[in-house]
Structure formats: C-alpha cells, structure tokens
Design a protein around this ligand. Structure first.
Ligand code: G3H
Ligand code: 13P
Ligand code: ZN
Length: 369
C-alpha cells in the first residue's frame, strides 16, 4: 500500500526504531527494494533526488536536466512506484530527495510522490522558513508529508559543494519546526554525502540529542533525518578496487554510531552511496567471473564505460546507453538480464542490511494508515 511518511514516522517514534531511506534510479531497483522489504516485513521508504528524476525521464546526460525533464521523470518514477507497490501489504513511501524549489516540490506532488523534501539549507533561516512553509501549505491538501533541512552538510548537496559542515542550531530548529510545520527535519551533525566522509568520522551525537529535547520541550512532533549516512564499508571499497575500480580516500559512517542516535529522534537514515558501491561491486564481479557475457552487445557497452572511467561508481553513468532498460524495464538479452539481476541484488543487499541495523524489521503492522 502507498502512504506518506507521516504514519511511518509515528510508528518509529512510538516503538523507537528508524528506517533506511533508499535512493533508487531504475524501475527494477524499485522492484528489488520492495522484494527485500517484503521479505523482512519492513515498511519501505524510497527516494528519488532531482538528478534521479532527470535520469528517469530518459535523459542519459542527467546532470544537465531541464525542469520539464525533472517533471517528466517524476511522473515515470511515481507511476512505476504505484504499479509495483500499490498491492503490497507493506506501507510504501515515495519521497523527493533534496527538492531545490517550490516548483520542483509541487511537480513531485502533482506527479504522485507521497512525500517531499524541500532543501532550503543553503538559504538564510528566514528564507528557508518561508520557502519550506510554502511547500508545507501546498502539500497539506494532498496528504503529502514534508521534510525540511537546517544546517549544511559537508560534501555534495546535489549541485552545491560545501567544504565545511555547519551544524544545526537546536534553537533555530525549534523556530523552524514551529513556523513551518514540517513532519521531518534533516539536521547536520557530522555526516556528509558521498564516499569520502573522512577517515574516522565521529558524529556530534549531542546535536540530535539537543534538537530532539528542545522539540519535545515545545511539544513539537517532527522526526529527525540523517542524510549522508552510508557506511562505505572498507571491505566493499576494497572489493570494488580489486575488481578494477578506482576509489580513493573512502570513508563512511560506522553503523553503531547511527544506531546510537536513533533513540535521540533520528527516524529516517538516508543511504545512496552504499547502494552505488554494492551494485558496482556486483556488476564488476559478474563480468570478471563470466567473460562470455562480454560477447553480448548490451553488456559490452556497460563494460566499456566501467573501463573508461574506473572512478565512476554511479550506475547512471555506466548504464547510460541502456535507458530503455533502466526506465522502461525492457531487457533485450539474457546476458543483460543477468547484469540487471546483479544490480538488483546489490539494492537488496544494502536495504536488507539497513533494515536489520535500524530495526525496521517486522514493523509493517505497526504503521496505521
Ligand atoms: O543526497 C544526494 C543523493 O545521494 C542523491 O544523489 O543527486 O546524484 O541523485 P543524486
Ligand atoms: P550517502 O551519500 O551517504 O549515501 O547519503 C545519501 C543521502 O543523504 C541522500 O539524500
Ligand atoms: Zn541527502
């Protein structure tokens, strides 16, 4: 069944657990994610960022998309999500990740997303509040939940690259939640996007504690969100490198640190990089162990991209010649089917690992819709 984030957050809060929120970039990835959530009876939270939506519009050059392409991709993504998830017993949410403007959030809601993030974190507090409130006011009529962001994460925030992290001020958080009415608030407390989060990240866990206590004190219900939370497991990175990939200065967030902040109100934990790494490991491994697959013209195109740029582990890069497969699920050869299977297994592996780690395992019946 399809729902907004709201009832999922309520169940997580009342039973003290969190959800991994997983970024997807193809129709088969949605199906794979649902399969593993169903196996573990976990509610499901999938998300598409703006670039993912451009990609889903069929535009291989997804980093240079127009507004129209984003809107088109949102519709394709939301339609596929609805078709795949509607009949499941599992409560499923489709969330816009890092929406950058009111217009983009509105387009996502109009396309069928059940939850949106408006990321006004690079703006002044007043501007961020005004923009976020506008989105909340629009979303309300559609039963769509809204996530805002306060504080800036180091690393890549969509197109914005920020060198330093500006941690969330708990007092600003109270004002932000009170004046906007958001359901969820992304905070900055030491996580960052991508595969280079630092050698030994130690999260400032007193920040979620302080934000959560201040919100509780004021009777405010917003749940906290942890972006940039991939584990970037050294073992996974080593496997990608041993299979010909080139990943330097890799570092992630140790899972025990995330488990520690769940009781401080962190209920949504965003994971994208781990999926990209695991999918890349699987595809490289499949091709290394089954050389005959390289005779297939479709597989050959993927192989060439992987060879041409070993440092790029974004499946949208090396699958760009196969848009019909990614967007419309059209699999023209058996060999390509095997490759897509390896990709989907990667999605399942990461989702499964986080479902257990964040304890959303077996919680689907706790969500009241
Ligand atoms: O937070 C950003 C997510 O990892 C999405 O990445 O903008 O490349 O789709 P993307
Ligand atoms: P990672 O890059 O750590 O996977 O973070 C993903 C994210 O925050 C998506 O919004
Ligand atoms: Zn993020």
């Amino acid at each position: 069944m399809i729902t907004s984030l709201k009832p999922l957050l309520k169940a997580a809060k009342e039973n003290n657990f969190a959800y991994g929120a997983f970024n997807v970039n193809s129709v088969s990835q949605i199906r794979a994610a649902l399969r593993i959530h169903e196996i573990f009876n976990s509610p499901m939270l999938l998300q598409g960022a703006e670039l993912a939506n451009v990609f889903m519009s069929g535009q291989a050059d997804f980093k240079n998309g127009t507004f129209e392409q984003k809107a088109k991709g949102m519709k394709i993504m939301a339609d596929a999500f609805r078709e795949i998830c509607e009949k499941s017993k599992i409560p499923c949410v489709l969330h816009l990740d890092h929406g950058t403007s009111f217009e983009v959030c509105k387009a996502a809601i109009d396309a069928g997303y059940t939850s949106v993030m408006i990321d006004g974190s690079s703006k002044s507090l007043d501007e961020n509040i005004a923009l976020t409130k506008r989105v909340v006011d629009y979303a309300k009529d559609f039963g769509v939940s809204v996530e805002g962001e306060l504080g800036v994460l180091a690393g890549v925030e969509d197109h914005v690259f920020s060198k330093k992290s500006t941690y969330t001020n708990p007092l600003d958080a109270v004002r932000f939640v009170k004046e906007t009415g958001v359901d969820a608030l992304a905070i900055s407390y030491g996580t960052s996007h991508g595969a280079n989060k630092g050698a030994n990240v130690v999260l400032r866990k007193e920040i979620p504690i302080a934000v959560n206590e201040c919100l509780l004190h004021e009777g405010l219900k917003a749940a906290l969100v942890s972006h940039g939370s991939s584990n970037v497991d050294p073992y996974m990175v080593k496997q990608v490198v041993d299979l010909g990939g080139d990943i330097k200065n890799a570092g992630g967030i140790p899972i025990p640190q995330l488990q520690e902040v769940i009781s401080s109100g962190i209920r949504k934990i965003n994971v994208d990089t781990d999926i990209r790494l695991t999918v890349t490991r699987n595809i490289r491994q499949l091709l290394a162990e089954n050389k005959e697959l390289l005779d297939d013209p479709y597989v050959k195109m993927v192989y060439k991209r992987l060879k041409d740029d070993p440092s790029n582990f974004d499946p949208r890069y090396y699958m760009q010649d196969l848009m019909d497969t990614m967007v419309r699920d059209n699999i023209p050869s058996k060999a390509l089917g095997q490759l897509i299977g390896a990709m989907d297994d990667g999605v399942m592996e990461v989702c499964g690992r986080m479902i257990i780690a964040f304890d959303s395992y077996e919680k689907y019946k706790l969500v009241e819709i």
